[in-house]
Design a protein around this ligand. Structure first.
Ligand code: 8YV
Length: 323
């Protein structure tokens, strides 16, 4: 029997390619540029399985192709808003993702951004590299201590909880959250997390606001001009979730007039483009979507995606099926 044809749309850690080559007829996009739409359309006709990433927009128009051969899309990543799930369902294509594998790495990056923004680390590094540091001074680049501050989590899934756990251990913060569904009393108690039943209520009490909700239409521009008005002028915004959750224009305006103190961003509305005014502001730390970027995590994500494929082609239920 012929092994299933699998297209891996971006270069993954070699260990993942090796594992997949053992059981699949694998093609890897070795030049590693985001695939052109036409190539994705052809892939749906030519391959039994796709392993895409966030850089592949698989929308209704693509999935509507009547003669598609693809039966399963094993996304490399947890977030799947770049795939039209309803259209996949209509096309009878199974979709899986990789939750869990990237929880720790992403939570660590959220805490890194909190520290970088609070301690003005990006600003300091820029000074130094530009030769603008002329020696130590007692009131130079003074940041904020985070001990005892309130960390407000928007969303309370795996990454939010791990972020809370780490930030409590490292920075001794208090935890508050808002999410669509309230967690159990037990889960709240474990993290000492105080529930707020509305976003404005959470924003009003938070010194650090960290976003952990999914992307997509339901959360688009959740953080808009009005939301920034609800935040404390001393507050810091952290986004390791999806760029679409933040109205970047409104954020740049709020940072420029110090309606909020600082921000740390890892994700953007139109990646890889960054809203130009943000690049000019000193009180924002900007990272290039590094949330899960460790060799261990990216390998684990690939292995989890491979587990999903193996289950599917082995006639079993893929463990991380979303459609
Ligand atoms: C991934 C992510 O790097 O998994 C996610 O949802 O945001 C990132 O950590 C990327 O999405 C991989 O496709």
């Amino acid at each position: 029997m012929q092994p299933p044809r699998l297209l891996i749309t971006r270069r993954l850690p070699e260990a993942v390619h090796e594992r997949l080559r053992a059981n699949y007829d694998v093609e890897v996009n070795v030049d590693d540029h985001p695939l052109h739409r036409d190539r994705l359309a052809r892939a749906l006709r030519d391959f039994d399985a796709l392993m895409p990433t966030i850089t592949d927009r698989i929308d209704d128009a693509l999935l509507r192709t009547a003669d598609h051969r693809t039966r399963v899309i094993a996304n490399f990543g947890a977030g799947i808003e770049h795939i039209d799930l309803d259209a996949a369902r209509r096309a009878n294509i199974v979709v899986t993702n990789t939750p869990g594998a990237l929880t720790e790495a992403t939570a660590q990056l959220a805490v890194l951004l909190m520290l970088m923004a609070a301690r003005r680390a990006g600003e300091g590094e820029r000074w130094l590299r530009l030769g603008e540091w002329h020696g130590w001074a007692p009131t130079q680049l003074l940041g904020q201590d985070l001990r005892g501050k309130t960390l407000g989590l928007v969303g309370f899934g795996r990454i939010a909880r791990e972020t809370a756990r780490l930030a409590r251990a490292l920075l001794d913060v208090r935890v508050a959250y808002h999410s669509r569904t309230r967690a159990s009393v037990e889960d709240e108690r474990t993290l000492g997390a105080a529930y707020h039943d509305s976003l404005p209520a959470l924003l009003a009490v938070s010194d650090i606001v960290s976003l952990h909700c999914p992307g997509g239409a339901a959360t688009r521009h959740l953080m808009n001009a009005k939301a920034f008005e609800s935040m404390k002028p001393t507050a810091i915004l952290i986004n390791t979730a999806r760029g679409s959750v933040v109205d970047e224009q409104a954020l740049a305006a709020a940072l420029a007039r110090r309606a909020i103190a600082a921000a740390g961003l890892d994700v953007y509305e139109a990646e890889p483009a960054v809203h130009a005014p943000l690049l000019k502001l000193d009180n924002v730390v900007l990272l290039p979507h590094l949330g899960s970027a460790t060799i261990q995590t990216r390998t684990a994500m690939g292995m989890q995606a491979a587990d999903n494929l193996d289950a599917f082609f082995g006639g079993m239920a893929p463990p991380n099926r979303v459609v």
